[in-house]
Write a protein that binds this ligand. Structure first.
Ligand SMILES: [Zn+2]
Length: 241
């Protein structure tokens, strides 16, 4: 008797999707535009951005890139811990050329993260929610649209019922990178963008951002690990402890 083995047609789309690296983060690539529907605020303070300040260019124990949260921005105010990395950055600013370079790499760098559904032209659908990291000037331009909508009594672009997409365009690279932000003007309910948005929306954005908080000693270990041979540790120890 032949065994009855059911087989099925290959689902290429699903197969490909299963190997794609799922990431929560989305960046706007050079010389491209991103059309996105920003989620309404998920916290009482009514902020559409979660501001995160990190010190980059560090290495973890395995030698991979590491970003540590700035304690001046994210530290525990009760214990009054100072940010070792901010202190070191200030110190290196007055050092020799090599010190200045490392200090520049290590300085606290803020990003403003918006939770958004991103429009994909090819599939004519939205992906998300994703966390889109923006620079200060870009976040200001996004806020500028809210201010304009407020002035004119229009619905905010992140309004659940009458919101609309915004388009952020990135031109140029390096220091010449310019971003422009525009509202599309086409209003639609969020449920049309993402039918299940209430289940999918990220309630704890800071949690999702996975800030790496280390106490000053942990920060110091990370700098030592990364720049052991490049910095004058005797001098640093003298001035910062
Ligand atoms: Zn800091």
């Amino acid at each position: 008797m032949a065994l009855n083995k059911p087989t099925f047609k290959v689902n290429i789309g699903a197969s490909q999707k299963s190997t794609e690296r799922k990431t929560l983060f989305a960046d706007i690539k050079p010389d491209t535009s991103m059309r996105l529907r920003i989620a309404p605020p998920v916290t009482e303070d009514g902020m559409i951005f979660a501001k995160v300040t990190n010190h980059f260019r560090l290495k973890n124990e395995e030698g991979f890139g590491l970003a540590l949260a700035c304690l001046e921005e994210h530290g525990n105010d009760d214990t009054g811990e100072e940010c070792y990395l901010c202190g070191l950055t200030r110190l290196l600013k007055n050092g020799d050329k090599g010190d200045v370079k490392i200090g520049g790499d290590l300085r606290a760098s803020p990003r403003w993260y918006a939770q958004a559904w991103i429009y994909d032209k090819e599939s004519d659908s939205y992906e998300g929610p994703k966390l889109v990291g923006l620079s200060k000037t870009t976040a200001e331009a996004v806020n500028g649209i809210l201010v304009m909508q407020d002035e004119s009594g229009d619905d905010y672009f992140c309004d659940v019922d009458n919101g609309q997409d915004i388009v952020i365009t990135r031109r140029g690279s390096g220091l010449n990178t310019r971003y422009t932000v525009q509202a599309t003007g086409k209003k639609m309910p969020l449920s049309e963008v993402a039918p299940n948005w209430e289940e999918k929306i990220i309630r704890d954005v800071y949690g999702a951002l996975e800030l790496k908080l280390e106490d000053p000693d942990g920060q110091k270990r990370a700098v030592y690990r990364t720049f052991e041979d490049e910095l004058d540790w005797e001098k640093i120890q003298e001035q910062l402890g």
